[in-house]
Design a protein around this ligand. Structure first.
Ligand code: SF4
Length: 364
C-alpha cells in the first residue's frame, strides 16, 4: 500500500476516496507515518510579487483582468521589497517563500531578470524558493534552476475534462509541458488543484490520476478549497465541506506517499479540528501569512498557536533535498533566448466565464 506507484487508475482512486471515513483515515495516517515525521509540518509563505491584470480567464481567479473584482493590482515588486518580506516570513517560522506573478507565461526580459535576482536573494537567506509564474520553457526553467530555485508551482487545477469548464485560454497539455520543462532541471515540482469548483468526485480522482502517474510524482501537492470571490465566474459556488477536504487529502496521501501535501486556499473556513483531521490524514504543509495572493488566510500567530496545541513543529528547510547553489547572473550558462513558444489558445466558450466578463463590462 505504501510503495510509490505510477499506474493508479481512476477506479482505484475512487475506491480509496469513497472508503468508510475511519478506514480511509487509518490507511492514510499509516502511509503518512511510514514516509514522514507526523509531527512536522512545512510552513510556506506565498508572496504575490505581481498582482492582478492577468490576461487568462481562470474561473476561480480574482486576478483575471476580465472579471470585476475588488483586488488591488500592483506592478512587479522590487528585489528589496521581496527580501524584506522573506526575512519577515523566516522570522515567523516559514522555511519556504513561494513567489507568484499573475502572468500567462514568462517572457524573457527585465522583469524575468528581476525575478531571477529575487530567487538568488532568497536562496542566500537559506530559505527554499518557489515560483509560480505561468508557463515556462526549458531554458527559462534552467535559468531559474541556476539562480537557486528549489521548486516551481504549476497546478493542474482539476481533471483534464473539467479543466475545459474552468479555463479557455490555455490547455491542459500546456500545464503538463511546463511541468516537463521543470523536470529537465533539478528544480522540484509543486502541482495540485482546487476542489469545490463544481466538479464531480470523478474529476478529483482524475486530477489525482494525472498527478500520481507523473514519474517522478510532484514533490509538493497543494490541495485548495475554492474561495468563491465576488465578481469571478465561481462567485456562487457553495463552500466545500470539511469531509470532502479530508477525503481529498487522505486520498492524495495514499496515492502519493512521498509528497508534501499542502493545505492551501480555504483554510480560513476550516476549524482547528478540521485542520487537525487533515494533518492526521497526511497533510504536512501549510501556507502561512494573512493573505494567499489575494484571498484571506489565517494569521501566522493563530497558526503557531494551533501548532502548539497539536504538538506540531515547523519543518526545517532542505530536509527533502539539498539546497541548490546560486549561480550569479554574470556566470550564468543559460542566457535569455527571446523564445516565443506557441502555448495553446483553445478559446472555447465557458458560459459562466462569459457571464462574469459581461457583468464586468457592464460595471465599468
Ligand atoms: S490563476 Fe494565474 S493564470 Fe489564472 S487568471 Fe489567475 S493569475 Fe492569471
Amino acid at each position: 500500500m505504501s510503495e510509490t506507484r505510477h499506474n493508479w487508475t481512476k477506479d482505484e482512486i475512487l475506491e480509496i476516496y469513497n472508503k468508510p471515513l475511519m478506514e480511509l483515515l487509518y490507511d492514510a495516517a499509516t502511509v503518512h507515518r511510514k514516509h514522514h515525521d507526523p509531527n512536522t509540518v512545512q510552513v510556506s509563505t506565498l508572496l504575490s510579487i505581481k498582482t492582478g491584470g492577468c490576461p487568462e480567464d481562470c474561473g476561480y481567479c480574482p486576478q483575471a483582468a476580465r472579471y470585476h473584482t475588488n483586488i488591488e493590482g500592483n506592478d512587479l515588486m522590487t528585489v528589496q521589497q521581496v527580501k524584506a518580506q522573506a526575512l519577515r516570513a523566516k522570522s515567523s517560522g516559514s522555511s519556504r517563500v513561494c513567489m507568484g506573478a499573475a502572468w500567462r507565461n514568462v517572457k524573457d526580459g527585465e522583469e524575468f531578470d528581476q525575478v531571477l535576482e529575487m530567487v538568488r536573494t532568497i536562496n542566500k537567506l537559506d530559505m527554499e524558493v518557489c515560483c509560480t509564474l505561468g508557463m515556462i520553457t526549458e531554458n527559462q526553467a534552467q535559468r531559474l534552476a541556476e539562480a537557486g530555485l528549489y521548486a516551481y508551482n504549476h497546478n493542474l487545477d482539476s481533471s483534464e475534462e473539467y479543466y475545459k469548464e474552468v479555463i479557455s485560454t490555455r490547455g491542459y497539455e500546456d500545464r503538463l509541458e511546463t511541468i516537463d520543462n521543470v523536470r529537465k532541471t533539478n528544480v522540484t515540482v509543486c502541482s495540485g488543484g482546487i476542489i469545490g469548483m463544481g466538479e464531480h468526485v470523478e474529476d478529483r480522482a482524475g486530477m489525482l490520476v494525472a498527478l500520481s502517474t507523473l514519474n517522478p510524482q510532484p514533490e509538493s501537492v497543494p490541495i485548495n478549497a475554492l474561495v468563491a470571490v465576488e465578481g469571478t465566474p465561481m462567485e456562487d459556488q457553495e463552500p466545500v465541506s470539511i469531509w470532502d477536504m479530508v477525503r481529498m487529502v487522505a486520498t492524495t496521501r495514499i496515492v502519493m506517499p512521498e509528497t508534501q501535501v499542502r493545505l492551501s486556499a480555504g483554510r480560513t473556513e476550516m476549524t482547528r479540528e478540521g485542520q487537525a483531521m487533515c494533518f492526521f490524514a497526511g497533510a504536512n504543509s501549510i501556507f502561512a501569512g494573512d493573505k494567499l495572493l489575494t484571498t484571506p488566510n489565517p494569521d501566522v500567530n493563530q497558526d503557531m498557536e494551533m501548532f502548539k496545541l497539536l504538538g506540531l513543529q515547523p519543518q526545517k528547510p532542505f530536509i527533502k533535498k539539498m539546497q541548490p547553489p546560486t549561480v550569479e547572473a554574470e556566470n550564468s550558462q543559460f542566457q535569455a533566448l527571446g523564445e516565443k513558444p506557441k502555448w495553446s489558445r483553445p478559446d472555447h466558450k465557458i458560459d459562466r466565464n462569459e457571464e462574469a466578463k459581461q457583468k464586468a463590462k457592464a460595471a465599468n
